[in-house]
Unconditional design. Structure first.
Lengths: 303, 323
């Protein structure tokens, strides 16, 4: 109990000092926008996509799965802004609902993958020794599987559908994050406050989760934002191959499957708009990730 | 150098073994018995005898360790067993399609290098001009654009332009012919998937060429070369680029994963009967033995390529060997 009181009071002091030195939020934000104009633009794009995904039922002009038989493969018009697909489903509504699918799967698997990787990476660095060595070899094995190959193998085992797609995308992310976090955590382990925490008699779990993991936030966030774009692309690829989200759910990759090529000449809009949505989404998330990386880790800037 | 190769080789062997173990375990993680699953496909009718025969064929009635050892032994002899879908030996199924995928892979790599090196160089030399921004946008777009969409757009573009030029739409040929039999037919069929895959593959290499060259151009020896009045072209192409190529070669090797991923989807778009399509079909058809063999094959090639890249790099840059 006493140990608890000491541990809380010390950071509280530092916290107060830091708060005094800290810029007001909007000033700090303004500085970030000036330093990272591309980052700010991409952040707007990301927020816009999140809004579209969340508000999909409100802003989609039509039901995404409803077939309009009077307007099959119809060109863009006032009624159907982006046209309709070969079943007469409104493309704009499907693109909007597709954002929901893409962002849901993207965020879930990126957060899951990065978080599991964070905990594993910190644990490996904390214990060190033979555990660390063995862990690294295991990560090496996982890293020998290219992203999409691992995802396809997982789908082969668990089957298709949103939950399995999330598992399939999460698993290859874990070793990629664990590796980066581990190298960061190795340095943190040597800082005396970890010894202090150990001397106070804290358990391994508490030191790993409360003391080391929060200090690995920079690599964690960098990996997380990098994963977002990759996850969206991977989900689209799996769905395109027919191994991801299944019909009639609106998903960008799925919209490019089947009809898109067949109708490429007579109804090119079926092929163009979903692909454009994927590209713009991944583009925005990648740019955002780049600027997060530049902000959190200036050393990496040159790359 | 030999010491370094040996050291790296010692790392490759356990990784390969671990990968084999992982692939083997993954197949056993499938809920239920693969034989029952295959039989279930015929309408839920279970014939005990048929399941027993199937288990004997697959060897799943043997102890786990024995199964694993025979799997490893098979890998060493390139004997992957029999496809559960076609009943043919997996090796002959793979051999049928290997040539096509290898050709697309090589062409895509050539496309990637042909795009990346000149673009990256121009971008670095004209740093912070509009050319630089355009090139950087092209390369960022390459990472964002899914290669299957690029493939669809290429088909669409071909259809529209040929319609305008000749009045009838032209499509790349569908039947595969080896390049030594009919080079025109072969190339007109495979250049498009190679471009679709290679563009994405080139994006990372372009960025790497740019940043590596920017770093090299600030070196003292480049300043010396300028001071003695060498032509700028000679400085860039002969002196700077040579040294900037090291990280680019590594990136081309490491991003080999992009190439494999690209092949899996572009073969689907262009309806090419290659390894990527075989892979997707095997997953769709629940052909577990085929999936297992293909995953293992890809991982083996991937580990081997990374190993070769490391060796190449150490050979080109002696400093690596001693660190």
């Amino acid at each position: 109990m006493k140990a608890e009181a000491i541990a809380v009071s010390v950071p509280a002091d530092i916290e107060a000092e830091l708060a005094a030195a800290r810029l007001p939020f909007f000033k700090a934000f303004g500085k970030w926008v000036r330093n990272q104009p591309l980052g700010a633009v991409s952040a707007v794009g990301v927020i816009f996509m999140i809004l579209v995904a969340v508000l999909a039922p409100l802003i989609a002009p039509h039901d995404p799965v409803e077939a309009h038989y009077e307007a099959m493969a119809a060109a863009p018009s006032i009624e159907y802004w982006l046209g309709t697909d070969q079943f007469g489903r409104d493309l704009l509504s499907r693109v909007i609902w597709g954002a929901r699918t893409a962002l849901f799967i993207g965020f879930t698997s990126a957060i899951l993958g990065a978080t599991i990787g964070l905990v594993l990476g910190v644990t490996s660095a904390y214990f060190g020794g033979w555990f660390d060595l063995l862990f690294q070899r295991v990560m090496d094995v996982f890293l020998a599987f290219p992203l999409i190959i691992m995802a396809l193998a997982v789908v082969a085992i668990f089957g298709t559908g949103p939950e399995n797609v999330i598992i399939a995308i999460t698993i290859p992310f874990v070793p990629r994050c664990a590796r980066v976090v581990r190298s960061n955590a190795l340095a943190i382990r040597e800082i005396p406050y970890i010894d202090a925490a150990r001397a106070l008699g804290y358990g391994h779990l508490r030191i790993i989760l409360r003391h080391m993991a929060p200090n690995c936030m920079a690599p964690y966030l960098i990996m997380l934002t990098t994963f977002l774009g990759q996850a969206i692309l991977l989900e689209a690829s799996l769905s395109y191959l027919g191994l991801g989200v299944q019909e009639p759910v609106a998903a960008w990759g799925l919209m490019l499957q089947g009809g898109a090529e067949e109708y490429a000449e007579s109804a090119p809009w079926i092929a163009i708009f979903p692909g454009l949505a994927i590209t713009l989404a991944v583009f925005a998330f990648n740019l955002f990730g780049d600027s997060v990386r530049d902000t959190l880790d200036p050393k990496l800037r040159a790359r | 150098m030999y010491g370094y190769i040996l050291k790296r080789l010692l790392l490759v062997v356990p990784t390969l073994f671990g990968a084999a173990l992982l692939v083997f375990t993954l197949l056993r993680l499938i809920p239920g018995d693969i034989c029952e699953l295959r039989m279930a496909g015929t309408g839920g009718y279970f014939d005990e005898d048929a399941i027993q025969t199937c288990r004997e064929e697959m060897g799943t009635n043997q102890p786990m360790l024995g199964q694993f050892l025979s799997f490893i032994w098979g890998l060493m002899r390139f004997d992957f067993g029999i496809s559960m879908w076609t009943g043919q030996p997996i090796v002959s199924e793979i051999a049928l399609r290997f040539e096509l995928s290898l050709q697309v892979a090589i062409m895509a790599t050539i496309v990637a290098i042909l795009v990346a090196v000149p673009l990256g160089t121009i971008s670095a030399v004209k740093q912070n001009t509009w050319i630089d921004y355009v090139v950087r946008c092209i390369s960022i777009a390459g990472i964002a654009m899914p290669s299957f969409w690029l493939g669809i757009l290429i088909i669409l573009g071909l259809l529209v332009t040929t319609q305008h030029l000749f009045g009838t739409p032209w499509m790349p040929p569908i039947a595969y012919k080896p390049i030594w039999e009919d080079p025109v037919h072969n190339l007109s069929m495979l250049i498009w998937p190679a471009v679709a895959t290679g563009y994405r593959y080139s994006a990372v290499a372009t960025r790497m060429t740019r940043s590596a060259l920017l770093e090299v151009l600030r070196e003292d020896y480049v300043r010396t070369a300028r001071a003695k009045g060498l032509w700028e072209n000679v400085i860039i192409w002969r002196h700077a680029l040579k040294n900037a190529m090291l990280p680019v070669i590594t990136v081309i090797g490491i991003e080999f994963a992009f190439l494999i991923g690209g092949l899996v989807v572009t073969e689907q778009v262009f309806n090419l009967n290659g390894l990527g399509k075989l892979f997707v079909e095997s997953v769709v058809n629940n052909d577990y033995t085929m999936t297992q063999a293909l995953v293992m094959l890809v991982v083996m090639v991937f580990i081997l390529v990374n190993f070769l890249v490391d060796i190449c790099y150490a050979w080109l840059d002696p400093r690596i060997r001693y660190s």
